[in-house]
Design a protein around this ligand. Structure first.
Ligand SMILES: [Zn+2]
Length: 455
């Protein structure tokens, strides 16, 4: 637990709001600087280009990006030693390059980073496969990523920094011993009310709804399952909402049709999905027709083989930790249909099957989704190889860890236990075991969460 967190936890709620806003103002220059606005302007123009011109731009960026990785990362220089990268003339030619998987990325990360930790912006990922990894973005990468996301939102009517957003995320904003039923904090820098996704129990959700009615957000964003929990409560208790957002932007989780219908029905607003991993994958975003488009300016998606729907990503906003033909672990179905009446030309994705909807319970019965469970590991960069969380009882979780034995220490276990207390409260019994190998499911798939508790 850092010093700032300790101060935060012991401050009154009013001061916690000030600290949230201060953090927001501190982050803004690195996210919304000059490059951000330049890139927003570029993207507005890019949308209007014909398909061929967009594809030509994508190819030009691809070649430049491969050259950049070759020039700046000893890992890629070594990996491409038998390939003439200048012979890559089309997107298809990308197949000449070897695939990079998560193990390769983790094992060689210091030969892939092109910026120091101080000069870059770190992206922590627990990843849905339960592996911890830290990627670094250059400041320009980060601004381009923010611009891409905000551009996507503005296409459907939401203007970031000008309009109000309610965010359901995995930030630790509520101290473990708080008695007041106030499960949100305000980040004035982004006109953003941050709602804790760790306290969404039947007993508490009414307070969230009151707060939302008071705040009247123009958009909702963040964890899909958290927003669904709120929507379900509103519907079941027949509560009147006094606001109508322009859009709902879920992140981090695979959407279900049932949940999407529920959100649209209850909040009277459309849901627009996006795909953008914390590792820095290129973007897929949903348009005003609710069709998923690849953002061609952000990178390249390919299938790993013609008969598989697993994707490889090459992402132009990863100059700090270049990802080229990276096996990110997600699956997508590409559409043969090239036309959408929304006016965008980005290739169409029929379905994103990637992220799973697994969760653990808190002893009170709140659901902690896979994104938040993965985040339990985010402060243990590159130490945990694989983790599995098994819940057989409401108040007990067994954690199996495959770790880097040379780097793992008692302090890491303490970090993990602290994270558990923050997310699950004091009453959760946590048993941590270090194992050589976590057994896989019968399907051969790795499951980060095994929840055996019947609802
Ligand atoms: Zn469209």
């Amino acid at each position: 637990m850092g010093k700032l967190e300790t101060i935060y936890d012991h401050s009154p709620i009013f001061f916690q709001n000030v600290m949230c806003s201060a953090a927001g103002y501190r982050n803004n220059p690195s996210r919304y600087g000059e490059e951000y606005y330049k890139y927003r302007a570029f993207l507005r123009k890019f949308d209007k280009l014909p398909y061929e011109k967009q594809k030509a731009y994508q190819l030009k960026k691809l070649k430049a990006f491969i050259q950049y990785a070759y020039d700046n990362c000893s890992f890629y220089r070594d990996l491409y030693k038998d390939v003439d990268i200048n012979s890559i003339k089309t997107i298809e030619d990308l197949k000449m390059l070897p695939i990079v998987d998560k193990e390769m990325l983790r094992d060689n990360i210091s030969d892939i980073y092109t910026v120091s930790s101080a000069d870059g912006v770190e992206g922590h990922t627990g990843g849905t496969t339960g592996k911890s990894l830290v990627v670094r973005f250059t400041k320009v990468d980060m601004m381009h990523r923010m611009a891409m996301l905000d551009h996507f939102k503005s296409r459907v009517g939401f203007e970031h920094l000008k309009m109000k957003r309610a965010t359901f995320n995995g930030k630790h904003i509520i101290p473990p011993n708080q008695a007041e039923k106030v499960f949100w904090r305000y980040n004035q820098a982004c006109k953003q009310m941050i709602y804790s996704s760790f306290h969404l129990t039947e007993e508490n959700i009414g307070y969230y709804v009151d707060s939302l009615n008071k705040f009247k957000p123009d958009a909702l964003d963040g964890f899909f399952t958290s927003m669904c929990d709120v929507a379900s409560y509103v519907e079941r208790h027949n509560i009147k909402l006094t606001f109508r957002p322009v859009a709902i932007f879920p992140t981090s989780e695979t959407l279900t049709d049932v949940g999407r219908d529920l959100l649209e029905r209850v909040f009277c607003a459309k849901v627009y999905d996006q795909y953008a991993s914390s590792e820095g994958a290129p973007f897929v975003t949903e348009c005003s027709n609710q069709v998923l488009h690849m953002e061609l300016a952000s990178g390249v998606f390919e299938h790993i083989s013609p008969d598989s729907d697993e994707v490889l990503v090459t992402s132009f906003t990863t100059h700090g930790t270049p990802l080229i033909r990276y096996r990110i672990g997600d699956r997508m179905t590409f559409s043969d249909n090239k036309e959408c009446t929304c006016g965008l030309h980005g290739d169409i994705v029929e379905k994103i099957q990637g992220r799973r909807l697994d969760f653990l319970y808190t002893p009170d019965g709140a659901k902690i989704n896979a994104g938040n469970v993965a985040n339990l590991l985010k402060n243990m960069p590159n130490v945990v190889i694989r983790a599995q969380f098994i819940q057989d009882k409401m108040d007990e979780v067994n954690v199996l860890l495959e770790v880097e034995k040379d780097n793992y220490s008692e302090s890491h276990e303490k970090l993990l236990r602290d994270e558990f207390v923050h997310k699950f409260g004091n009453r959760m019994k946590v048993n941590i075991s270090i194992v050589d190998e976590i057994p896989r499911a019968a399907s051969g798939k790795f499951r980060m969460i095994v929840n055996n508790v019947d609802e």
